[in-house]
Design a protein around this ligand. Structure first.
Ligand code: ADP
Ligand code: MG
Ligand code: ZN
Length: 489
């Protein structure tokens, strides 16, 4: 019988830190807005002999913040090391990194494996974070036809590496882990999470083994995955590739792979280097970082409420389902926006969630806007939702007002007045309209009462026409049912 295989996945995540200056010099780290290549550079970040690095204090604060958010312990004594290798994007011939003593280690993050949502495995699983260390980004190469160009504006930008233990057992778990790390980095404001710009990159280490076995087999490492989609596709491809090798009696070779997004295949880049190939040694130009307890505690006080805690609070305070809460807390700005609407509204939080997850997001998606672009004040959205809740206007009028608010701003009450959208709730007024429709259409009344029930929608359509959609639909429906019943022969 064919053994069934399970994947073993460990992720390495590289994220640039949002500091003003670079990791070891005072050049601007904002290479994205540099006017030209090779303008934010100096002897240190271009690796000239004799140039001395100086540690960026802000970067160490942000790194410690990430470590704490990932439940790591902070190493009060941590050190820099040289990782030696030669590449045209690394002019020094070595990268300053942390090796033996990283700034943070031994943390964890709970993830959910969405492929097992219905089973017992739907319980969150704890993924151990092995280490969080500081290093520097490399320069950027652009490969032209017969030559390559190098831009050092990115060289020396603070980079954080977050390494997990090989604790993930499905692509879904790896995706949830990567999604959560990105959300945390964004919550902390240390990284924009903008993967198209390359400020956040994943590397997936993958092996497979027969289900039930606890061995760790030879792994391959897929480099530079620049989107969640690439992470998922590359991992799935690699898992299948390795299973096939074992099924055919072969052995998996440890190597570093690239992902070809167009062809949908992993490609061999080089046979895997071992740590000793890098000839790591302590960076002689930088003293160890000595962090005091007081300093670490002051960083801890800067931790905001993180997605996990916010989700739990939204479930218990607002009576939302886990998936509703997770949606709202996926972005810190979205969660704040929701809470601001709730604070200004008399409507149930559930209703507010429905508006935000529904019409509100639809508008943003259709206009390619993000929550950060929204200028509509939460107070105004609250006012609009309340007008629908208290039946001042109908749901479809509410959508019209929302679009108007997004486009031109203003006050919902004013827009309702100007556009004459007030809902007709006066029972006698609606009764009058219903009676007239029934009297004007005796043929349809007879057909309906003879059994052609589909005509009911037609009658309701007549009401909508006569009232321009403003009649309270429940009242209209009730009166229509009653009127038709009375006319039964
Ligand atoms: P190094 O990069 O220093 O060689 P490791 O090889 O121990 O360190 O781990 C690098 C990454 O590979 C980590 O994220 C780890 O979780 C993962 N990893 C280690 N062993 C395996 C394995 N057998 N299968 C899948 N991933 C692994
Ligand atoms: Mg590695
Ligand atoms: Zn510099």
């Amino acid at each position: 019988m064919k053994p069934t295989y399970e994947p073993v996945i460990g992720l390495e995540i590289h994220g640039e830190l949002l500091t003003n200056s670079k990791m070891f010099c005072s050049c601007s780290a904002d290479y994205g807005s540099a006017p030209e290549p090779n303008t934010n550079i100096c002897p240190t970040c271009t690796g000239l002999p004799g140039a001395m690095p100086v540690v960026n204090k802000k970067a160490t604060e942000l790194a410690a913040l990430v470590g704490l958010a990932l439940n790591c312990s902070i190493n009060k004594h941590n050190t820099f090391a040289r990782k030696n290798y030669y590449y045209p994007d690394l002019p020094k011939g070595y990268q300053i990194s942390q090796y033996e003593l990283p700034i943070a280690e031994k943390g964890w993050l709970d993830v959910i494996d969405s492929s097992a949502l219905s089973g017992a495995d739907a319980q969150p699983k704890r993924i151990r974070v092995r280490r969080v260390h500081i290093e520097e980004d490399t320069a950027k190469l652009s490969h032209e036809k017969n030559y390559a160009l190098v831009d050092f504006n990115r060289a020396g930008v603070p980079l954080l590496e977050i390494v997990s233990e090989p604790d993930m057992r499905s692509v879904e778990a790896a995706l949830d882990y990567a999604t959560k790390v990105r959300a945390i980095l964004r919550y902390l404001g240390v990284n924009s999470g903008d993967m198209e710009k390359g400020v956040l990159r994943f590397e997936a280490n993958i092996s497979v083994r027969p289900v039930g076995s606890d061995e760790f087999r030879t792994r391959t490492e897929i480099k530079n995955l620049n989107s969640f989609r690439a992470l998922v596709r590359a991992s799935q491809y690699e898992i299948e590739r390795q299973i096939k090798i074992y099924e055919e009696g072969g052995t998996v070779v440890q190597q570093t792979l690239g992902w070809d997004d167009v062809r949908g295949v992993t490609t061999s880049q080089r046979s895997k280097e071992e740590a000793h190939d890098y000839r790591y040694f302590p960076e002689p130009d930088l003293p160890p970082l000595q962090l005091s307890d007081a300093w670490i505690e002051s960083i801890r006080t800067q931790l905001p409420e993180l997605p996990e805690a916010k989700t739990a609070r939204f479930i218990s305070d607002f009576g939302l389902t886990p998936s509703e809460a997770r949606f709202l807390t996926s972005e810190r700005t979205l969660a704040n926006y929701f809470e601001n609407v709730v604070a200004n509204s008399k409507s149930p939080a559930k209703t507010i969630h429905s508006w935000i997850a529904g019409e509100f997001m639809r508008y943003l998606n259709d206009s390619s806007l993000s929550i950060d672009d929204v200028t509509l004040a939460p107070e105004m959205l609250a006012k609009l939702i309340d007008m629908v809740t208290d039946k001042t206007i109908g749901a479809s009028a509410g959508k019209t007002v929302l679009t108007e608010l997004f486009k031109n701003g203003g006050d919902p009450a004013q827009i309702v007045k100007e556009k004459n959208l007030l809902q007709l709730t006066d029972v006698s007024a609606i009764q009058e309209i219903v009676t007239k429709i029934l009297n004007d259409n005796p043929k349809e009344v007879d057909e309906y009462n003879a059994g052609k029930e589909t005509l009911f929608q037609w009658f309701m359509g007549q009401v909508a026409r006569a009232t321009k959609g403003k009649a309270d639909p429940n009242v209209a429906k009730e009166l229509m049912v009653k009127g038709l019943e009375e006319r039964k022969k």
